[in-house]
Design a protein around this ligand. Structure first.
Ligand SMILES: NC(=O)c1ccc[n+]([C@@H]2O[C@H](COP(=O)([O-])OP(=O)(O)OC[C@H]3O[C@@H](n4cnc5c(N)ncnc54)[C@H](O)[C@@H]3O)[C@@H](O)[C@H]2O)c1
Length: 358
């Protein structure tokens, strides 16, 4: 998708009412800034941010959008947000999003990612103003066969750990609602979207490689790697978000043509090891070193996982814009600029503009 096409597609959001669940999270906060830059009227619905330095707080996002503090497990509260705002677009991102934490809190993970998503779909069912909805799951919804090939949208679902199983379950529930209710509804397009590991400025979540690395570098400690040879499809947070926005604009214009499931992953060259990523972070930061942690028994984590994105490339005209090196450069630049005192809102907005112009 060239620049002109992207600008034209995303111009649909100007003046539109958009509801984002999970706006206090990493991806949700970037999405809300982008939607505001596109001129949308945005309401966010989520639990409070967890840390003082969360992207949401650094951006003072509650001054830029309307933020409703609420729990997606609470159907009446969620319904009331939909009823009051009457959104035309929905992006559902709220989730318990961490694999390792899901081993500690399986019930919380299933309650949030499965029952919470059912509540979201119930609200979709009863909100006639909605024209397009994006339902975010994960690349981990696929049964991981640890094979070399990328997973396609029609591959088998499954998950060994509670997080992955919760996302596979969320997909099955999505299909049931799509077939039972939305297929017959005129004027509503709805899609589930599956992306891989995203990186970018403003993420401080526990047990994620970029925040852990940046914290080590800021404290002048070596970056300690648990699973240096694990391979992941690294992509900048703006890449899948551009896919979600582009898909939502198409769903709005042609609901039947674009409803279904979509993968948004990076190019094959961005499928790199954790060690490659950490080394590139050190290069971009300009200082520091990488060490391998003593092997301790850790819960099972899938090793190799990649997405086949032919459908998004061919049908949607979407493609990743930033290669691996650029993705890491831009990410590290965000943390460096903010560490050096630049306002996060300015850094984030500038990176969104950079992305739109690249
Ligand atoms: N970050 C990644 O690498 C990645 C990869 C694949 C899929 N995803 C998916 O993308 C989505 C967004 O991920 P993220 O990285 O921004 O996650 P995050 O953990 O940074 O944010 C999660 C958001 O969900 C909200 N939330 C959690 N439980 C809630 C509840 N019960 N009620 C209301 N809000 C609740 C949080 O308040 C927060 O706003 C999630 O669905 C996640 O599973 C993320």
């Amino acid at each position: 998708m060239d620049r002109m096409v992207m600008h034209q597609r995303l111009s649909i959001f100007k003046g539109k009412r958009v509801l984002v669940t999970g706006d206090t999270g990493f991806k949700g906060s970037w999405l809300c800034v982008w939607l505001r830059q596109l001129g949308a009227d945005v309401v966010g619905f989520a639990l409070p941010p967890k840390r003082d330095n969360d992207h949401f707080n650094l951006l003072q996002l509650d001054q830029v959008i309307r933020h409703i503090e609420g729990d997606i497990r609470d159907l009446p509260a969620l319904r009331s947000a939909f009823e009051q705002f009457q959104p035309e677009f929905l992006f559902h991102l709220a989730a318990q999003s961490l694999v390792r934490y899901s081993y500690e809190e399986p019930k919380l993970t299933f309650d949030t990612n499965v029952a919470g998503s059912v509540n979201v779909l119930e609200c979709v069912r009863t909100t006639p103003s909605l024209r397009a909805a994006i339902y975010v799951t994960s690349d981990k919804c696929y049964r991981n066969k640890e094979w070399l090939w990328g997973y396609r949208e029609n591959d088998e679902l499954g998950g060994r750990d509670p997080y992955s199983a919760s996302k596979a379950a969320a997909e099955l529930i999505f299909s049931a609602y799509a077939d039972s209710y939305f297929a017959q509804r005129q004027g509503l397009g709805i899609a589930s979207v599956r992306a891989g590991n995203v990186i970018g400025g403003g993420d401080w979540a526990a047990d994620r490689i970029v925040p852990d690395s940046i914290k080590s570098l800021q404290q002048r400690q070596p970056i300690l790697l648990r699973n240096p040879l694990s391979t992941r499809p690294w992509q900048h947070v703006l890449e899948p978000l551009s896919g979600y926005l582009s898909l939502a604009s198409k769903l709005y214009a042609d609901p039947r043509g674009y409803s279904g499931s979509w993968n948004f992953g990076p190019r094959v060259e961005s499928i790199r090891t954790v060690r490659d990523l950490a080394q590139r972070i050190v290069e971009c930061w300009g200082d520091g070193k990488v060490e391998i942690a003593q092997q301790q028994p850790t819960p099972h984590e899938a090793r190799l996982l990649q997405l086949n994105c032919d459908k998004a490339i061919q049908v949607l005209g979407w493609a990743p814009r930033w290669d691996f090196d650029r993705t890491v450069d831009i990410t590290v630049q965000w943390y460096r600029d903010v560490t050096n005192g630049m306002a996060a809102r300015q850094v984030t907005s500038r990176q969104i503009e950079q992305y739109m112009e690249s």
